[in-house]
Ligand binder design. Structure first.
Ligand code: NAD
Length: 244
């Protein structure tokens, strides 16, 4: 019960990495708010997991909805100890064909959404004098990849935003870290064909894609008091991808 009595928000908690993190946090004793714009999956998961869990509809790119998400968490469970800022969308395609609208959409969810969630969670965490924020970055915050300009730029931003927040709030007892997954078998990869998936497997020294629970375990560790001297870190959960 490493998260006994802790209250967590998991954005993008209705699917993939977020869903497995919600499940593991509940197993470890936390109360969890699933914050997602997929109402159907989010509500079903909350119903399955029972009274330790609450669902709220949020689009993390909308400031008023993010503020309401944090208010809902405090009203329902009394505080905010942990934020896992995980909601994200993929974007693949040639940069010379990318519209400004598509660029802005990816940046507004994958980077500005992380800022907004941190901002409103920090308001509560500063009052409490404690907290743990984990941002979901990516290997693509550390290395480049062709035809993913907006996604890679956003994740690079998340990596350095994490460091900046860690330094700004360390003195107030708030830790801020990032997990950086390699390619993980989630619905985010649905747009890739089998040949591409096999190619991606071969890029990971462990010889396979990752599983959502392997990222969830790293998030729970960073959220817990076991990581009490870790802030500003990027925990690579990538099967060795970026060690090459
Ligand atoms: P997923 O598609 O299974 O889950 C993403 C969840 O985020 C969904 O439930 C979706 O409804 C939600 N979401 C999307 N936009 C949202 C918004 N604006 N507001 C609220 N919720 C929103 O994908 P996943 O693979 O579990 O991705 C989770 C995170 O992991 C993302 O940030 C992604 O970039 C990152 N990541 C994934 C991989 C991978 O290979 N799957 C690799 C590196 C990083």
């Amino acid at each position: 019960m490493r998260l006994h009595d802790k209250v967590a928000i998991v954005t993008g908690g209705a699917s993939g990495i977020g869903e497995f993190t919600v499940r593991e946090m509940v197993n470890q004793g936390a109360k969890v708010v699933i914050a997602d714009f997929d109402d159907s999956r989010g509500l079903n998961l909350a119903e399955e997991l029972g009274e330790q869990v609450s669902f709220i509809h949020v689009d993390v790119s909308q400031e008023d909805e993010v503020e309401a998400m944090v208010n809902h968490t405090v009203e329902t469970f009394g505080k905010v100890d942990i934020l896992f800022s995980n909601a994200g969308v993929g974007s693949i395609g040639s940069t010379h064909e990318l519209t400004l609208e598509d660029w802005n959409k990816t940046i507004s969810i994958n980077l500005s959404g992380v800022f907004l969630c941190a901002k409103y969670a920090l308001i509560e965490m500063v009052k409490q004098g404690s907290g743990s924020i984990i941002n979901c970055a990516s290997i693509l915050g550390h290395v480049g990849q062709a035809s993913t300009a907006s996604y890679t730029a956003a994740k690079g931003g998340v990596v350095n935003l994490t460091r900046a927040l860690a330094l700004e709030y360390a003195a107030q007892g708030i830790r801020v870290n990032a997990v950086c997954p390699g390619y993980i078998k989630t619905p985010l990869l649905d747009q890739l064909d089998d040949a591409m998936l096999q190619h991606l497997e071969s890029l990971h020294p462990l010889g396979r894609l990752g599983e959502s629970h392997e990222v969830a375990n790293a998030v729970v560790f960073l959220a817990s008091d076991e990581a009490s001297f870790i802030t500003g870190a990027n925990l690579m959960v990538d099967g060795g991808y970026t060690a090459q």
